[in-house]
Design a protein around this ligand. Structure first.
Ligand code: PLP
Length: 260
């Protein structure tokens, strides 16, 4: 039997389990890779929103990363909520030191419920430190707009944003179009070609953690040895199915089903 592939998520904890570390680990399990976690921050949240956030200090984040890389071969890394410039710097420095491969960066900024998961003053640091080590970055329209300063309202503007984000150092860029009306089209740009990833639009309010799940699915497929375009295509299929099977939980925005 071949060795199990290993994926690591570096992200924040979501106490209600639909996003963050919890969504990432469920995704890894559903896609058959062994999941590990480095927690950057703890959020107190439920389906109606985030109540409070506590960042962990840089030292324990560094120690979590170091002890895993010293012991275990890690096939892919997903980075989600990073919260502050100090946390971004320690993640970037340690991942470079360990020559981490197949890094997927989801530039998480604000939750759907409107809570800042990255201090606005740390946005530039995220781009400067983490994009150059990323094999794939997965901004949504809001994040792509913040990063490029563009107003993005159609497919050709998504392509232009992808080119600009590629110029900031990310090898591959997926601009997610889920927030546009009509078909749910994402744009993948590898520095040479565009690919349009079309998905069925599913009418549901239960979309908590979809961005986390999509980016960790890309990391899982990269860990499994797929090339980027195939990993992104499969991840899109997986998240579409997970949204199709999303369900109501609590009084607010419910989660997707990772194990459909
Ligand atoms: N909580 C944590 C810890 C997250 O990392 C994220 C997204 O990355 C969210 C919440 C936001 O989830 P959503 O905006 O899908 O509700």
């Amino acid at each position: 039997m071949s060795a199990m592939k290993v994926a690591l998520t570096i992200a924040g904890s979501d106490s209600c389990g639909g996003a963050g570390i919890q969504a990432d680990l469920k995704t890894f399990a559903a896609l058959g890779v062994y999941g590990m976690s480095v927690i950057t921050a703890v959020t107190a949240q439920n389906t109606t929103g985030v109540v409070s956030v506590r960042e962990l200090d840089a030292e324990i984040i560094r120690d979590q990363i170091d002890c895993l890389f010293k012991d275990i071969k890690i096939d892919a890394v997903k980075i989600g909520m990073v919260s502050s410039a100090e946390i971004i710097d320690v993640i970037g420095e340690r991942l470079r030191a360990h020559r981490a491969r197949h890094i997927v960066v989801d530039p998480v900024m604000v939750s759907k419920s409107g809570c800042h998961l990255l201090r606005p003053e740390s946005r530039e640091e995220l781009v400067k430190v983490l994009f150059p080590i990323a094999e794939v970055v997965t901004p949504n329209l809001f994040e792509a707009g913040v990063i490029t300063g563009m107003k993005i309202e159609n497919l050709s503007q998504m392509e232009e944003a992808a080119v600009r984000i590629h110029e900031l150092g990310a090898k591959n860029v997926v601009v997610k179009g889920g927030h546009l009306t009509g078909e749910a089209v994402d744009v993948l740009y590898d520095g040479e070609c565009f690919r349009h990833l079309r998905g069925r639009r599913i009418e549901t309010k239960n979309t908590h953690g979809t961005g986390c799940t999509f980016s960790s699915a890309i990391a899982a497929y990269l860990a499994d040895g797929h090339p980027v375009s195939e990993a992104v295509r499969r991840a899109k299929e997986y998240i579409t199915g997970a949204i199709e099977h999303s369900f109501s939980l609590g009084r607010g925005v419910g989660p997707t089903d990772h194990f459909y």
